[in-house]
Design a protein around this ligand. Structure first.
Ligand code: UDP
Length: 342
């Protein structure tokens, strides 16, 4: 990817830029919406609320410059959104169930969200002459044979297993995005997001960070899949959002994906030790079977993000886990009341 002049006037954010954030009520999406609003930009959030938490949305609604339309990106764009096209400068695609149990619940929908949904958003971005950013995933590397994973590694993905709907869906979404870019139809950016955690995660979406913290806080047994020797690298959500915004803003040609994640790799057992220490729980640990196609190792090579964007994650794991734990502790207390109210 070519680096162009990051200080050129084109890299200056237009005041009152109008962003479409698909998946803006989700975990990372809600933080992105908040960050864009904090920059004085406007946000049109599209979300089908399939896996998003209503409280993420409630915290955004009523903010100046924020508007929500319930919409599934796999469906044709609503007329009222099409009418706004001339005012839209950026389209962000964060719309897809992302935790393995949830994206496997309706695999057809997951695949079509990535393929048809991404195509619908690209088509819209083309009409709007807006820049488009796809949030892709480390899952495009599958169960990697190369470690750490750099962007030129083509991956080791099962196209027949239960993760294929997501992994192959995202790979197809990348292909589509680069095709629009190559044809000069849309200015594109592709971020490959590695495991991310922080406030606004769904306590029940089945991911390891949310599971372990919530299990510890609820006094339930802590579940480790396999023997816990598999590794992941966890990035705090504020670092991730900073990376996404920097990538969208950057005046690069955009025709190559960029890994975003924290290269601090650890085993799932090490993560467990952190959570046990932080929460002081005496709940037992239960070892369960490893899910099919669960990657053995994962760590991003973030040299490209560093060279192109000057981006690197800043929040250390202990700090991020502490903030996440504190947030979940409050969330789990208010959860039953929120459900009654809803
Ligand atoms: N995992 C675990 N206990 C849980 C949930 C997940 O040991 O309660 C494991 C899972 O099998 C995987 C790792 O933790 O090896 C990360 O899982 P997660 O679903 O958070 O994300 P993935 O990287 O697999 O998409």
């Amino acid at each position: 990817m070519r680096k162009t002049d990051l200080n050129s006037p084109r890299s200056t954010v237009r005041p009152l830029a109008l962003n479409v954030v698909a998946g803006g009520a989700g975990f990372i999406g809600s933080h992105l919406c908040r960050a864009l609003l904090d920059r004085g930009e406007s946000v049109l959030c599209l979300d089908n609320l399939q896996t998003s938490r209503p409280s993420n949305l409630r915290a955004l609604e009523g903010q100046p410059g924020f508007r929500f339309i319930r919409h599934d990106i796999g469906q044709p764009m609503p007329a009222e959104v099409l009418r706004m096209a001339p005012r839209i400068s950026r389209v962000w695609n964060l719309a897809c169930a992302a935790s393995p149990p949830l994206y496997q619940r309706d695999p057809e929908h997951t695949m079509l969200t990535n393929v048809v949904g991404t195509n619908n958003l690209l088509h819209f971005a083309e009409a709007a002459k807006a820049r488009f950013l796809l949030t892709s995933t480390s899952e495009v590397y599958g169960d990697p044979e190369i470690h750490p994973q750099a962007e030129d590694y083509r991956g080791h993905v099962s196209c027949t297993g239960p993760r294929a709907c997501y992994d192959e869906g995202k790979r197809a979404a990348e292909a589509l995005t680069f095709d629009y870019g190559r044809a000069g139809r849309v200015q594109v950016r592709v971020a490959r997001i590695f495991n991310t955690y922080g406030p606004n995660m769904d306590p029940d979406d089945g991911r390891v960070v949310s599971n372990l913290i919530c299990q510890a806080l609820r006094g339930n047994e802590l579940t480790i899949y396999g023997d816990g020797s598999q590794t992941r690298s966890f990035c705090y959500v504020s670092d991730m959002v900073a990376g996404l915004i920097t990538l969208m803003d950057a005046e690069v040609d955009g025709m190559e994906p960029v890994n975003l994640g924290n290269p601090h790799e650890m085993t799932v057992n090490e993560l467990l030790r952190h959570v046990l220490e932080l929460t002081g729980t005496s709940a037992p640990v239960a070892y369960r079977p490893l899910p099919v196609d669960d990657p053995r190792r994962r760590r991003p090579d973030i040299s490209r993000a560093g060279a192109l964007l000057g981006w690197a994650p800043r929040v250390p794991l202990t700090e991020g886990l502490e903030a996440t734990c504190a947030w979940f502790a409050e969330e789990l207390v208010v959860e039953p009341a929120a459900e009654v109210a809803g």
